[in-house]
Design a protein around this ligand. Structure first.
Ligand code: ADP
Ligand code: MG
Length: 223
């Protein structure tokens, strides 16, 4: 995939994510009202709308992703702003030389590492980490061990994130505002894990529009 197509794919991805978050804004806020302060949908929607406004057609793919991250840092606020935005900024350097399957794995791992480093949450604390971790591990395994296409790997990652969200429903929160509720947080899905799933679904939708089942150009670049 040449650089122009990569840029177009990233712009489509941002539009797709922003549209999905806007559509789910009310639902995310409802989830956050059960175990938080009812602002997660509004926070993220503000962030992705700002990222859309800021996006310009310049720079390499890494700079584009960094710009999205910076817009999120500047406008989302709350606990999730620095986690989503700062981690995107951090991971964006993996796309400096363009996007291929190897770079996409490095990006995913770098993103997860930064979320965990900043938030100090682990799997089982009932946060976005419970969706990101299985998604990233599954994606890496699908690419590196099973040698699947990026699109097929992303399909698996979405399934893994979905299971992660279900897991957050049945556990007690140990991090963030939801932890103030203690055992009363059980029975509610985590808002940040849920928004992570929606973002991955939107990315998958974009990938499906740009890559076929074999994503030959991506595979070639990676080897
Ligand atoms: P706030 O909690 O400040 O109102 P948001 O409502 O935007 O921020 O985001 C809440 C989400 O942020 C939670 O559902 C959870 O997934 C995530 N979160 C909160 N604290 C942490 C943390 N320490 N590490 C990882 N994720 C966290
Ligand atoms: Mg909140």
């Amino acid at each position: 995939m040449d650089e122009g197509t990569q840029r177009a794919a990233l712009e489509t991805a941002l539009e797709s994510v922003a549209a999905r978050i806007e559509a789910e804004k009310g639902h995310l806020t409802e989830l956050d009202s059960a175990i938080g302060d009812a602002d997660h949908g509004a926070n993220l929607n503000r962030g992705f709308q700002a990222a859309l406004e800021d996006a310009n057609g310049e720079g390499d793919p890494g700079e584009f992703v960094k710009g999205v991250g910076m817009a999120l840092v500047a406008s989302v606020g709350g606990a999730s702003g620095p986690l989503y935005g700062g981690s995107l900024v951090h991971a964006s350097t993996e796309f400096e030389d363009g996007i291929d399957r190897a770079a996409s794995v490095a990006f995913a791992e770098s993103y997860l590492e930064k979320v965990k480093d900043r938030g100090k949450a682990n799997v089982g604390d009932k946060t976005m980490v419970d969706a990101i971790t299985p998604a990233v591990h599954t994606y890496k395994h699908a690419i590196e061990e099973e040698e699947l296409s990026a699109l097929a790997a992303l399909t698996r990652a979405v399934d893994a994130a979905e299971r992660g969200v279900r897991f957050t429903t049945v556990i007690r929160a140990n991090k963030g505002r939801a932890s103030y509720l203690g055992w009363r947080s059980v029975g509610h899905p985590d808002p940040g894990a849920t928004s992570t799933l929606y973002i991955l679904e939107a990315l998958h939708e974009t990938a499906a529009a740009y890559l076929d089942g074999t994503d030959e150009p991506l595979a070639e670049d990676a080897e």
